[in-house]
Design a binder for this molecule. Structure first.
Ligand code: 13P
Length: 252
């Protein structure tokens, strides 16, 4: 079984001061946890303070995006080199909000992914269908396209892929178990087609309205290697409860 990974995406919540308080609570909440990779991805402006708090704990940290160049005239972007210096482990890439609110294309996501992997950071490549694609029966086509373009320039697969159906993000409408399993299976098949055996180790996480009360059903599935959690990762108590319940189900 692949090792469970559960990562919190704090999105544009927290300032350095509130991120510090939340990171302190999270550090305490996970003392003694094992058999799981835990991470949090605060806004870039809170990374330094979160790194200071979490260094030496069993919670890693990461960013919500990274640029495809080492440096240059790219106003508003964040470099992989800076993230490495801040001790980041993870970088979320191609998140639905980047794609749909800020217009990032599959090609842009692919360039970011390639650079992040060469930089030695652990990418979390997000893919997912919109409500319209789903209702038109185009979920698999959407996933295949996002995966194919994003992995064009790669020699090996990304370490982590997160399946985040766009309609399930922040809506309280989690994907049904069978739909999640079908999507995860499809993602792994595409990765195996492209990267052969190397794809067997890729962890496929689910994201979209994961809460303490609905994580157990997902975690019992052999298709789920973890979760990318938005809203419920902004409270140490609910984030802890998600991870504790997921671990419990995996051990049964
Ligand atoms: P919610 O858990 O708030 O639905 O957000 C999911 C997400 O976008 C994680 O990246």
């Amino acid at each position: 079984m692949r090792r469970l990974a559960i990562v919190g995406n704090w999105k544009l919540y927290t300032t350095p001061a509130s991120a510090r308080s939340l990171a302190l609570e999270i550090r305490e909440a996970f003392v003694g946890f094992k058999d799981v990779d835990i991470g949090v991805c605060p806004p870039a402006t809170s990374l330094q303070v979160v790194a200071e708090v979490l260094r030496g704990s069993n919670v890693a940290w990461g960013a919500q995006n990274a640029h495809w160049a080492q440096e240059g005239a790219f106003t508003g972007e964040v470099s992989a080199a800076a993230l490495k210096e801040l001790g980041c482990t993870y970088v979320i890439l191609g998140h639905s909000e980047r794609r749909h609110v800020f217009g990032e294309t599959d090609e842009m996501v692919g360039k970011r992914l390639s650079f992040v992997m060469h930089s030695g950071l652990v990418p979390i490549l997000c893919v997912g269908e919109t409500e319209q694609e789903r209702s038109e029966g185009k979920t698999e086509a959407a996933l295949a396209q996002q995966l194919q373009v994003a992995s064009r320039g790669l020699d090996g697969p990304p370490d982590i892929v997160a399946y985040e159906p766009v309609w399930a993000i922040g809506t309280g409408r989690r994907a049904e178990l069978a739909d999640m399993e079908a999507a995860h299976r499809f993602i792994r098949e595409r990765l195996v087609e492209r990267f052969e055996n190397k794809a067997k180790e890729v962890r496929v996480l689910y994201g979209g309205s994961v809460k303490p009360e609905n994580v157990a059903e997902l975690a019992a599935s052999g298709e789920m290697d973890g979760a990318l959690v938005g809203g419920a990762s902004l409270s140490a108590a609910s984030f802890r409860s998600i991870i504790a319940r997921a671990l419990e189900r995996r051990r049964l």
